[in-house]
Design a protein around this ligand. Structure first.
Ligand code: UDP
Length: 254
C-alpha cells in the first residue's frame, strides 16, 4: 500500500504529509518513554485513547477561543492538523507540586501551590529539556517577547479551562506540558497550541483518592496504565462501548 511521506517521527507520535498543502497527519503510537528515553515500553491502546482525549480537549479549548493546530480526527489513531513551526520551548503549568519541582525545590508531592506557576523548558532531548528563563528564550532567539506573552497568557487560560473541565469529572489537574507553534498564513503569523494534551503530558489525580490517572503509572511501574488512560476517557464521555456512534459528552461527578 502506498504510504504518505513521513515528515517526522517522535517518541509517541509520527507526522505524515497531509492531504492539502499546509496540513499534516498526526499518528498516535502506543510507544511510551520516560526519563528522557531511558525507560521505554508500550501501553496497549494508548494511541487510540490519546488521539480521542487530545481531540476532545483541543475542541473544548477551541470553543473557548484558544487557537489550536487541530483540524479534525481522521480515524482511530490519526488526526489532521495545521502544519506549524514548533517553538522549541515546553510550557509547563503547575497547580500542585509533583515531579521535577519537588526535587528541585524540596517540596512534598501533593502540596497545593500558592498560585498556578508557569515554567519554560528548552526542547532538547540531548540536554534533558532544561528549565530556562524568558531571558534565555529571547537571548537565544527561541521565541520573541510577544510570543512569550502569547504562550504565557494562553497557558494560564488553558489551565483555567482544563482545571474546571477535569474538576467536573472528579479529576485534579496537577500539572501539564504544552507546546506552541507558529502558524503562517499569507503575511500573518499566529501563535497556536500544538502537539497534544493527554495523560502522557498531564498529571491527573482522582479528586477523592488521589489515584494517579496518567503517565506516572508507567514512569513509576504502578501498573494499570492502560486502565488509567481508559478511566480518563470514560469520565470525559469519549470511551464508547458500542463504537464511535456511542460517543457522549462528559459525565459530571457529584
Ligand atoms: N512533561 C511532558 N514531557 C516532558 C516533560 C514533562 O509531557 O518532556 C509533563 C509531565 O507529564 C508533567 C508536567 O509536564 O505533567 C511536568 O513535568 P515535570 O517537570 O514535573 O517533569 P517529570 O517529573 O515528569 O520529568
Amino acid at each position: 500500500m502506498a504510504r504518505r511521506r513521513k515528515v517526522y517521527e517522535g517518541k509517541a507520535k509520527i507526522l505524515y504529509e497531509g492531504p492539502e498543502p499546509g496540513t499534516l497527519v498526526q499518528y498516535f503510537k502506543d510507544d511510551a518513554t520516560a526519563f528522557n528515553n531511558e525507560k521505554k515500553g508500550q501501553i496497549t491502546g494508548k494511541g487510540v485513547l490519546n488521539n480521542r482525549i487530545s481531540e476532545f480537549l483541543m475542541l473544548r479549548l477551541s470553543d473557548a477561543g484558544i487557537p489550536t493546530h487541530f483540524v479534525r480526527r481522521l480515524n482511530m489513531r490519526e488526526q489532521l492538523i495545521w502544519e506549524v513551526e514548533i517553538i522549541p520551548v515546553e510550557v509547563i503549568v503547575r497547580n500542585v507540586a509533583a515531579g521535577s519541582i519537588c526535587k528541585r525545590l524540596g517540596i512534598v508531592e501533593g502540596t497545593p501551590l500558592p498560585r498556578s506557576i508557569v515554567e519554560f523548558c528548552y526542547k532538547s532531548d540531548d540536554l534533558g529539556d532544561p528549565l530556562v528563563s524568558e531571558e534565555h528564550i529571547t537571548a537565544f532567539g527561541w521565541a520573541t517577547p510577544p510570543e512569550i506573552d502569547d504562550m504565557m497568557s494562553m497557558a494560564l487560560r488553558i489551565n483555567d479551562i482544563l482545571y474546571g473541565l477535569f474538576v467536573g469529572i472528579g479529576i485534579r489537574l496537577v500539572d501539564f506540558k504544552i507546546e506552541f507553534g507558529r502558524l503562517y498564513a499569507e503575511e500573518d503569523v499566529r501563535t497556536v497550541l500544538a502537539d497534544e494534551i493527554s495523560p502522557d503530558s498531564c498529571r491527573l489525580w482522582d479528586v477523592k483518592s488521589n489515584k494517579k490517572l496518567d503517565k506516572d503509572r508507567f514512569r513509576r511501574d504502578l501498573g494499570g496504565v492502560a486502565e488509567a488512560y481508559q478511566e480518563v476517557a470514560r469520565r470525559l464521555g469519549i470511551l464508547p462501548e458500542g463504537g464511535p456512534a456511542d460517543m457522549k459528552g462528559p459525565s459530571v461527578m457529584q
